[in-house]
Ligand binder design. Structure first.
Ligand code: ADP
Ligand code: GLC
Length: 480
């Protein structure tokens, strides 16, 4: 089966979060199920710089007002279609935000162009390759199934994956003519959303199937608390909704071979983690004592519960814990976490910024990773933690709920526990979990058992890729 995946970020070419990891790993995992994926993504400067020997596959004189070229390249096992449209993507700043941290004012056009290019390829515009199915990710690609719906050729099946329903791509109705959709697309059955435009909403209405990145999140977004206004639309498409938990690339994330990990290890050589722990203590200037190092690798936002860390930092230190924090995001949260680190030199270390190698080393050297998210569609850092013996301490929500087994008495006795879950997601709830972690940590036998059991968890893509492949086949039976 041939699949066109459309995503605004793909690891290792460009990454701001878990979407990139998923868009980069799923196509590789799907190969063994006979699925051949080409991934369409924007040609941001970092992407144009990284690719080698691209081949021109398609040219648009006027893709929503600007010229664009589709280039095909092979990159680290991925077959990538780069949408090279300098007017849209060749600019300083990130994929979505300018250098001052503001949304680009033309994001509506930048990502409509990506989606339209996807729909044109789906319609067979690219010589010698027409997909059997299109898989679009998040609001940035969500207009792909919308354009496909109104294309004058037979419609192909489409899947839309919701990685985070908090980001919906809402724009004013005045940009509608610029999308070049037929007038009747401005309707509640399509992209109209309370008088505005909702890209994700349009995708949810028009995609043949919808997936979320964990089963719990599929249930959660049916409720007003998590559905962020789209719960009604989700409910109306309930029959088409599937929750498939993310996996991780177990080759890239492997503590026995990871090139940035100083000292490699496996479940029977956990003692080797000590050397990595020393490097972390050095980098974050933490005292080298017997207290556990809890780490945080995260966007510093309210969603991720980072205000709870700031509010409880003093108490975590008072309990005897140490914190190593890597992240960036909300300036106010960055400020309060920096202030906490300044109050507790040697006990709290922080590095503001994005540092992929350090994120690996932290999983390989810290004792536990704290993830106090208020909502978490899947979450990947707990999966990396499981794989690396860095015990996850997680809020009981979404994918965190689905992937971590809480160390209650029964689970410890059955040797099934892999981490700690807490609820409610409040400062006290989280502190309670950290207290439990400190107690478990004090009994090294129990702690080691937790680490080992976590390392045994199947966090690979295997089962989930099989589920995606089965979903694809159910929608495009003739593709096989
Ligand atoms: P989200 O996509 O909502 O941010 P995920 O847990 O799905 O959350 O994915 C986050 C990804 O980004 C993980 O691969 C994590 O390791 C990585 N990450 C987050 N912050 C940083 C950072 N400051 N430096 C390096 N990697 C980071
Ligand atoms: C989003 C979600 C995160 C998920 C990631 C990959 O960024 O916030 O929970 O793991 O997408 O699916």
């Amino acid at each position: 089966m041939k699949v066109l995946s459309v995503s605004s970020e793909v690891f290792p070419l460009i990454k701001t979060g878990g979407l990139a990891d998923v868009a980069g790993a799923l196509p590789i995992a799907l190969k063994r199920y006979g699925v051949e994926t080409k991934t369409l993504m924007p040609g941001y400067p970092a992407v144009m710089k990284a690719i080698r020997d691209p081949v021109v596959r398609l040219q648009f004189d006027d893709l929503l007002g600007e010229p664009a070229t589709v280039l095909e390249v092979q990159h680290e096992g991925l077959d990538i279609l780069v949408l090279d449209a300098p007017a849209y993507y060749d600019r300083p700043g990130g994929p979505y935000l300018d250098q001052t941290g503001k949304d680009y004012t033309d994001n509506w056009r930048r990502f409509a162009a990506l989606s339209l290019a996807g729909a044109e390829i789906a319609a067979g515009l690219m010589p010698d390759w027409r997909p059997d199915l299109v898989h679009a990710h998040d609001w940035q690609a969500a207009l792909t199934p919308v354009y496909m719906r109104y294309y004058p050729t037979p419609e192909l099946p489409s899947v839309l994956t919701v990685h985070n329903i908090a980001f919906q791509g809402q724009f004013g109705a005045e940009v509608f003519p610029g999308l070049r959709l037929p007038p009747h697309a401005f309707s509640t059955e399509s992209i109209e959303y309370y008088g505005h435009l909702g890209y994700l909403k349009g995708g949810l209405q028009t995609a043949w199937a919808i997936t979320t990145v964990s089963p719990s999140y599929a249930d959660e977004i049916l409720t007003p608390e998590f559905g962020m206004g789209l719960e009604g639309v989700i409910a109306s498409r309930r029959d088409a909704l599937h929750g498939i938990v993310n996996g991780i690339d177990a080759d890239i994330w492997n503590p026995a071979t990871d090139p940035v990990v100083h000292t490699h290890y496996g479940p029977t050589t956990l003692k080797n983690r000590e050397e990595n722990r020393k490097s972390i203590a050095e980098f974050f200037r933490l005292h080298d004592d017997g207290a556990p190092i809890f780490c945080i690798i995260s966007r510093l936002t309210w969603q991720k519960g980072m205000d709870l860390i700031a509010a409880t930092a003093d108490e975590i230190v008072a309990l005897g814990g140490k914190l190593a924090i890597l992240g960036s995001g909300d300036p106010a949260l960055e400020g309060s976490l920096l202030a906490a680190a300044a109050r507790h030199p040697g006990r709290i270390g922080i590095s503001i910024g994005y540092n992929e190698p350090m994120s690996h080393l932290m999983q390989a050297g810290c004792d536990a990773i704290i993830i106090p998210s208020r909502f978490e569609p899947c979450g990947l850092t707990q999966l990396y933690g499981l794989r690396y013996g860095c015990v996850p301490i997680v809020a009981r929500t979404g994918g965190l709920n689905d992937t971590v087994i809480d160390a209650n008495h029964a689970a410890i006795a059955a040797k099934a526990a892999t981490g700690i879950q807490f609820s409610p997601v409040t400062a006290e709830g989280m502190l309670q979990a950290i207290r439990r972690a400190m107690t478990l940590y004090a009994d090294q036998k129990v702690w080691t058992q937790l680490q080992k059991q976590g390392m045994k968890s199947d966090v690979s893509w295997e089962k989930s890729a099989e589920r995606y492949a089965a979903l694809y086949s159910s929608l495009a039976p003739k593709g096989k």
